[in-house]
Design a protein around this ligand. Structure first.
Ligand code: B12
Ligand code: SF4
Ligand code: SF4
Length: 366
């Protein structure tokens, strides 16, 4: 049994519970990154600076629960440690950037909603661990993007992966197409001090690190990765197409015609993802198998929206956001069918759609 951080010089024997966690995770198709303490103080300072610089854009909710973000032990009584897991989700396609002119959807968003299926997987891992430790006298709490937790910091603390300049968690052999989930526990672990937050940003070695590479920064179409290991969400396509409510500034429109929900570019160009690492289980969870028709999306009513996108992460943008993104993509790609519907869309119930139609005049007069 090879633990992910086995290559690091562990002076102590690996606790059997970690070997068990690795085994139970494997049975669920998950990668086990390792165990970490809950000290995220340095990362929280970065987080706070990030918020103070308004890099969160209109994601106001990121300003909430700061005390908990700084002290993850507040999420569970007597919390001592976190076990970190990743679901490998690469669909292995859309690989050759530039060969596909159509609007794309980020890979994770084409699967069923990971908040649900990853949580179920982690529930089963947790139950197996409880049985393994029976009689279990520990408390556990599962988080899958569902608590104010600095998940990347926790995973990086485990030493099983590193944070890249694209800000993603990257495994040295398996790349970054992982969705993350954690199990917080009141069980005590002796955690050898593995890596300090600062020393994560290291030269490239067989254990990871970006070194002098800057491919993600160079290829980000909107310049959102403007500083090493930092993103400006206000420039990120993923932010505009998923999180932002309301109209989208014209300068981002050309790129939305290429990525109408989320964006994978800074991962696709990363050398750690170069072999592709397609995940058969992700393929079996794929729900959106081809790009939906733009005009059908623009015109979809609530029932059609639920049929097309229900149960996928795309509902995060709501019907309004998805119609807006599709409308922008249709405008920019000059979809000839759009003309037929423009007069009606000018009177749409949704002010975001009306505003986007009006803004298209400025777009073409630019
Ligand atoms: C808000 C959010 C977004 C925002 C902001 C992204 C961001 N980079 O912060 C937007 C909407 C843009 C977004 C996009 C995406 N997201 Co998102 N997102 C989140 C969320 C909810 C919070 C992230 C956060 O706190 N950001 C604030 C920054 C400051 O924190 P951070 O990203 O953790 O920062 C790390 C580094 O940037 C670095 N750092 C920060 N500041 C500084 C300063 C210095 C000087 C240094 C050296 C380092 C440094 O250290 C931090 C680690 O502690 C997390 C879930 C969670 N609870 O963590 C998912 C999460 C990060 N997202 C995820 C995914 C999959 C994506 C997308 C790939 C989706 C897509 N295809 O479109 C893109 C990737 C874009 C990118 N390059 O990050 C996954 C990431 C998995 C992974 N392997 O890393 C997460 C963990 C969800 C999950 N549970 O799987 N996301
Ligand atoms: S997700 Fe796209 S827009 Fe956002 S930082 Fe990465 S490459 Fe840039
Ligand atoms: S593309 Fe290069 S700089 Fe960016 S995350 Fe990957 S290795 Fe690091």
């Amino acid at each position: 049994m090879k633990l992910p951080y086995e290559s690091k010089q562990l002076l102590e024997p690996i606790p059997p519970i970690l070997v068990a966690a690795q085994k139970f995770a494997g049975a669920e198709g998950l990668h086990f990154f390792g165990v970490s303490n809950l000290n995220v103080s340095r990362d929280f300072q970065w987080y706070q600076e990030w918020i103070d610089e308004s890099r969160n854009g209109t994601m106001e909710w990121m300003k909430n629960h700061l005390k908990i973000r700084e002290n993850p032990e507040l999420l569970l009584a007597n919390a001592q440690a976190a076990l970190s897991f990743g679901f490998p989700y690469s669909l292995g396609d859309r690989w050759s950037l530039g060969s596909d002119d159509g609007p794309r959807i980020a890979q994770y968003a084409r699967l069923k909603d990971y908040h649900k299926f990853l949580r179920l997987k982690l529930e089963r891992v947790k139950r197996a661990l409880e049985q393994h430790l029976s009689p279990a006298i520990f408390d556990w709490r599962i988080t899958v993007d569902s608590a104010p937790l600095l998940e990347r910091a926790i995973v990086a603390n485990s030493g099983g992966a590193f944070v890249g300049k694209n800000t993603c968690i990257i495994h040295a052999e398996k790349g970054s197409f992982f969705l993350l989930g954690e199990i917080l526990t009141s069980k005590e672990f002796h955690i050898p001090e593995k890596i300090s937050a600062e020393s994560r940003h290291t030269p490239r070695t067989k254990n990871g690190g970006c070194g002098t590479c800057k491919r993600c920064q160079v290829h980000c179409p909107t310049g959102a990765l403007d500083e090493d290991y930092r993103i400006d969400a206000r420039k990120c396509l993923s932010y505009w197409t998923i999180e932002h409510r309301g109209e989208i500034p014209l300068e981002y429109w050309p790129w939305i015609s290429r990525y109408m929900f989320g964006c994978d570019i800074c991962q696709l160009v990363c050398p750690y993802n170069r072999p592709g690492h397609p995940s058969p289980e992700a393929q079996s969870l794929e729900k959106i198998k081809s790009t939906p028709d733009l005009i059908a999306m623009i015109l979809m009513d609530q029932r059609q929206y639920e049929e097309l996108f229900g149960g996928t992460p795309m509902t995060r943008a709501k019907r309004s956001g998805l119609r807006r993104n599709a409308l922008i993509a249709a405008i920019v790609t000059k979809d000839p069918r759009l003309d037929l519907h423009l007069e009606r869309l000018k009177l749409d119930d949704d002010p975001v759609i009306r505003g986007t139609v009006l803004a298209s005049i400025s777009y073409f007069n630019k």
